[in-house]
Design a protein around this ligand. Structure first.
Ligand SMILES: [Zn+2]
Length: 391
């Protein structure tokens, strides 16, 4: 599969009725309706969320190797669902691999969370921490489908906050990947080895399109999570986390990258190309660095004080409204100064070179936790800028 060529033809497959990152269940339902009519993919009996919304399980192909693909178990991570719907369009148009693989696809596993744009389900449960207890109906559905089909591979699709970066250049991470742990000591069972091989193939392909923006997601063993649980049970689990780039609020670029990654993953599995990939590619992947990018990084700003003048970088970020650090929250309060000093090694969604600018207020106003609303001025450029206007 030529990923570069497919990248150029992406518009043929992009689900155009899902244009905004935040879509409603009715929008999704319409897209499903279109596929129900076309009958190119098969639908199992629908399942139901806690609040009674239908969860659709689709199958494709008659091959021996089974791949389970599911998206948005976290309600506020919709780009993964959009990329999966693009992928389903691709399947319908090109009818590839139908004799090689059997795909079981569950887009939008958490429709109640999506409706409120909340990570958790209607009961307040994080479905990806419910793989053992199975208290939520959504987790029970995923466990039931897994048991019924015993998939060889599983693609677990998520979105992540835009403030992650990857080394060496600390650019925003567009895609983070992981072959989750299967125990506390980081063993590599045969399932995990296969997952690492597939991921290595994905990275090699995607790196051609966008180098230095891929990273390895945090790999601590989480026994309540589905990826880790499936891996223990012998299913090669692959986590794909959609990131972001610059100020692409709708994440259209990252969505395309995830679409291409799904295609590449299935292609590597269907044609057994993964058997020959170099696993070192995965091992060498930099760690995904959390909270390492600012919404705005102001560099080289001069501060004038009666005690002398000095230069600073200032990092500004939106402050999350959340009571649990694990929750990827999309609701924010305001912009605050979160770091000051030499911030060269941090990434930024936006950067502003303030070399010719001076902060004329009281130096105590530039401090950690202060609201970002100060003014800077440049004699050279004859202008005054309020930092808010840069955000
Ligand atoms: Zn997630």
């Amino acid at each position: 599969m030529d990923i570069l060529a497919l990248s150029n033809n992406y518009d043929l497959y992009k689900e155009k009725s899902l244009r905004k990152r935040r879509f409603k269940y009715t929008d999704f339902y319409q897209v499903i309706g279109k596929h129900l009519e076309k009958k190119n993919v098969n639908f199992l009996e629908p399942e139901f969320s806690f609040e009674g919304r239908k969860i659709f399980v689709m199958t494709y192909g008659t091959g021996k190797t089974t791949i389970l693909i599911f998206s948005q178990m976290h309600g506020n991570e919709p780009v993964s669902t959009e990329a999966l719907m693009d992928f389903i369009n691709f399947l319908e148009a090109d009818k590839v691999w139908s004799k090689k693989v059997k795909l079981i696809m569950i887009p939008l596993l958490n429709p109640d969370g999506n409706e409120k744009f909340d990570r958790r389900n209607a009961q307040g449960i994080d479905i990806n921490r419910d793989a053992r207890k199975l208290v939520s109906p959504e987790a029970r559905i995923l466990a039931k489908i897994h048991k019924e089909f015993s998939p060889d591979f599983a693609l677990n699709l998520h979105d992540m906050e835009p403030h992650y970066t990857s080394k060496p250049e600390n650019l925003q991470t567009v895609l983070a990947v992981l072959a989750p742990e299967c125990d506390e000591i980081g063993s590599v069972n045969p399932a995990r080895k296969r997952a690492v091989k597939v991921i290595s193939g994905i990275i090699t392909a995607i790196n051609q399109l966008i180098p230095n923006r891929l990273a390895k997601y945090t790999d601590k063993f989480t026994p309540e999570a589905f990826g880790d649980t499936f891996m223990q049970k012998g299913t090669s689990s692959i986590l794909l986390e959609t990131g972001s780039i610059f100020n692409d609020k709708e994440r259209l670029f990252a969505r395309k990258i995830v679409f291409l990654s799904i295609v590449k993953a299935v292609d590597l599995i269907a044609l057994k190309g993964y058997l020959n990939t170099a696993v070192g590619v995965y091992r060498k992947l930099p760690d995904n660095q959390r909270n390492n990018a600012f919404d705005l990084k102001i560099q080289n700003l001069s501060v004038k004080t009666s005690r002398g003048d000095y230069q600073l970088d200032i990092g500004i970020r939106r402050i999350k409204k959340t009571y649990n650090d694990e929750d990827f929250a999309d609701e924010f309060s305001d912009y605050r100064i979160v770091n000051i000093g030499d911030l060269k090694r941090f990434g930024a969604i936006k950067s502003f070179d303030a070399t010719d600018y001076v902060f004329n207020g009281n130096y105590t106003e530039i401090f950690i936790g202060q609201k970002a609303g100060f003014e800077i001025s440049s004699n050279k450029k004859n202008e005054i800028i309020n930092i808010k206007s840069l955000l």
